[in-house]
Ligand binder design. Structure first.
Ligand SMILES: [Zn+2]
Ligand SMILES: [Zn+2]
Length: 212
């Protein structure tokens, strides 16, 4: 699996490019202010991007959607329960004192588990509300191969969990999503969060102070 991570200030939110090493098809996850770096990484790997997939619709995860969609001409997917946040991206910016451009409407909502395919890989969608109502985990792996990598947005971090004080957030719901969805994956499952370093399910299950 080709995997590139990029992040820039002020939010240092991770944007991801994932590609199939055999077919050179790929997806972009959560394009924000680092979108030009993601597009450059996709070009460097000569990837043909199939989808722009969003883990949720907080502004740091979506400010690059319009640029990516214009550059690539591919559909954008989001969970329906975060559409109210997505449509309010300009107001989200105002709340942080940051001017933000409106973004084009999303093209599809995650109606079911997917997968959204790119080459020999798929991204399976798991609804993990709590940080926000429409937060999802994208479980990415090869068809027929049980091992997956999890792209969890701001639900779970190395040594921490997502904040729940923003509109639509709820701590009990977040903890339930982590325990009943994310922790059903094997301990060696890699976890790529919206901010910070990668971790694994096992490491967080055993050492995360919010979950032990
Ligand atoms: Zn967030
Ligand atoms: Zn974030």
């Amino acid at each position: 699996m080709i995997l590139e991570t990029r992040a820039v200030g002020p939010f240092f939110k991770n944007g991801y490019v994932i590609g199939c090493e055999e077919t050179s098809e790929g997806v972009i996850i959560d394009p924000g202010d680092e979108v030009d770096d993601l597009l450059a990484a996709a070009r460097a790997h000569r990837l043909s991007i199939r989808y722009i997939l969003l883990t949720h619709a907080h502004l740091d995860h979506i400010t690059g959607v319009g640029r990516a969609r214009k550059a690539l001409g591919v559909p954008v997917g989001l969970h329906r329960d975060d559409d109210f946040l997505y449509r309010a991206v300009v107001q989200q910016g105002l709340a942080f004192g940051i001017p933000v451009e409106a973004q084009p409407p999303v093209d599809f909502f995650y109606e079911d588990a997917g997968p959204w395919r790119f080459g020999n890989y798929g991204a399976w969608v798991f609804h993990t509300p709590g940080h926000c109502p429409g937060g999802v985990c994208l479980a990415v792996g090869k068809e027929g191969d049980a091992s997956r990598s999890l792209f969890v947005g701001d639900t779970l971090f190395a040594g921490s969990i997502g904040r729940t004080d923003l509109p639509g957030g709820d701590t009990d719901t977040l903890l339930r999503s982590i325990r009943q969805v994310l922790f059903t994956f094997p301990d060696d499952t890699p976890v790529y969060s919206g901010h910070g370093e990668p971790t694994t399910i096992g490491r967080e299950r055993k050492t995360n102070p919010f979950l032990t």
